[in-house]
Ligand binder design. Sequence first.
Ligand code: ADP
Length: 787
Amino acid sequence: MAWSARPDGPTEFLSKQYLDYTGLAAEQARGWGWTAVVHADDLDGLITIWQTIIASGKAGETEARLRRFDGSYRWFLIRANPLRDESGNIVKWYGVNIDIDERKRAEDKAVEAEGELQRTIDDIPALVSAYYADGSRISINRREREFTRLSAEDVTNGGWRGAIHPDDIELEESKWRACVTTGEPFEHEYRVRAVDGTYRWHIARRVPLHDEAGKVIRWYGMSHDIEGRKQAEAFLAGEKQLLEMIASGSLLRDVLGALCEFIEGAAPDCFCDVHMIDWISSTFEYAVAPSLPSAYSDPIAGMPVSGELLPCGIAALQKIQVVAVDIELDPRWYTSPVRSHVLRHGYRSVWSTPVCSKEGRVLATFCIVQRKPAAPSPHHQDIIAHATQIASIAIERSLIEAALRRTETLLSEAQRLSSTGAFSWRVDTDEIAFSEELYRIFEFDPSAPVTLEQIRERIHADDIPSLTAQMARVRGGQSHLGYEIRLRMSDNRVKYLRTFGQVIRHHDGRMECLTAVQDDTGRRQAEEALGKARSELAHVTRVSSLGALTASIAHEVNQPLSGIITNASTCLRMLAADPPNVDGARETAHRTIRDGNLAADVIARLRALFSKRAPTIEPVDLNEAAREVIALSAGDLQRSRVVLHPQLHEGLPLVAGDRVQLQLVIMNLLRNAADAMSGVEDRPKRLVIRTEHDEDDYVRLSVEDAGAGFGADGSERLFEAFYTTKNEGMGIGLSVSRSIIDSHCGRLWAAANDGPGATFTFSVPEYSKYRSSGVQVGDSPRSVGVR
Ligand code: ADP
């Protein structure tokens, strides 16, 4: 659409397209008539610009909406150019109106879309910003504007950095610069200042926007509030630190103090106080309250735990949380004994919560006081729950440790008093742990760990095979053991130990042998001393009674002997007389005979006294009799290192005998067997005591040793009275034994073994046989053996 106008503005000519478009007649449109089709909103602007162009005399353009003949408007670009004469004066204006409606609408849409986008971004529940490729900020969303109250100027001139916490800014900047250089996405956590001046943790993420060539043209960033997460993390770290304190065995007071400070950090305006309870005296034991004046918290110590309007007392007794929102104004606390105390120190609210053990026992109370009236918020309840749980763990652990220390002390004291130590042996790894007392018994350095090798070196060389056998037994699955063993100390002292062990199988299959070890040396030494004294005494008794016997025999026999001598001398004298006094000599010879008989009588009487005592015959269980003797001699045998193997057959008939006398025989045989093995070093000192059925209703008992045996001159001499090969021997044991067995109508004999040693056997009749045969005491024996 073309047109021309006069130099001062009014239109002279409008092209046909112009007139067709507007539907105006040429005369209607000329001059200023065309302004009738300009959109009312655009008219003033258009006229103003047209006048400016005229005044400037230079070409110019503007945009405006022109009405079509059908009443609709379209956008046009209106351009005017001056036409000048030779002298440069404007003679005319030429203009063209170009239809730009399509473009304009597209532009509007774009603006509208941008506005939509901006609104969307504004509503994103995060702080969103856009950046130029160089990293400087272009804009921020509404949320960020509202959060930080940054001015538009701050946003673009870098003043926005003022909203970042001073401690975080340097790292943020260097990291951001690095990302802007490399084009790598940016992620960083920092604190952002809110309108109220407080800082909150945010995590910022910024990603680059590339053009088609891959060049970064913009950055978009978003940051989220992570204050909740940060607080939870800090809380968790604090809790962890407290649990570490507990685990590392810090003092309970220190742990509880740190707990109070931790809770105070998480709950501003709160002051914490833990009250320990002693249920034995039902009083509060002490208070831990690092932030409260001691004049406030100390008086709790020793106060009775009563429900008497004491918040902590009620909490402890009723196991409930007690909340005094305002101890000053709440009538419930008017008569409380602590009301004035609390108020005097400037506190108004008191919340007390019981601290319970896993089993539900109240261990303490956890108390929070504040200077203003207040009720606990959900946040407060949350941290109170954490605090009471940690306090419970700390207190329980310290109680358990105290109990453990007590039992440990008790145990080590008991071990010390009873000279009993203990050790554990991990069968799979050979790890060994000694108790304190066992270190003392073994005389090992208590600061060093014990090894099997070390133990072996301490064990008496003769007992090493026994130790090896015991260990093999444990490895072989035996669960209980008890054995005796000797130690040889570095100065050659010998210690006697008695041990009782038990093998434990853990869930994971590991085997552990727990053994109690008693130092028996003292008792053994005393017993040995006693045994020695006893045998010395027995010897002395024997010697002295023999002496007394000899003296009495001498005395008894001396009288008739001196009578005989006197009579014989008299007789000689009478026969030597001249003439011989034959009657007198006969008389004195008679007296000699009388005195001789007298002496024989004395001797017969003595013999009757010593050897002809009749045994008391009764039914005797030979096995039982033997067991009693074994029990009696066990100590002696063990001391002599003799290993006894009883083979007592069950179901044997009862025998006829004098129980005590038979036991005397068994005792004699055992003692002789042990004596015979005293010099044996190269083989086990094996002693078998065996009972079995003998032919003809007899029962036999034999004692088999591995000792020296007897020489080629046979066994019979052994049974002679006073035959002995021992320094201390009397040589009457076997002869007495034989006479006892003879008097039981039995038989006693000795036989050399095939291997080393000898076997002594006696055989006595069954009780039933003895009764039915009517054999009586004193009857001649069935056999006199090899005698
Ligand atoms: P004592 O034991 O006092 O010597 P005994 O009459 O009991 O008296 O024994 C006599 C002797 O018989 C002993 O000294 C010893 O030489 C021998 N004797 C006894 N028992 C055995 C035995 N089991 N093995 C070898 N010799 C033995």
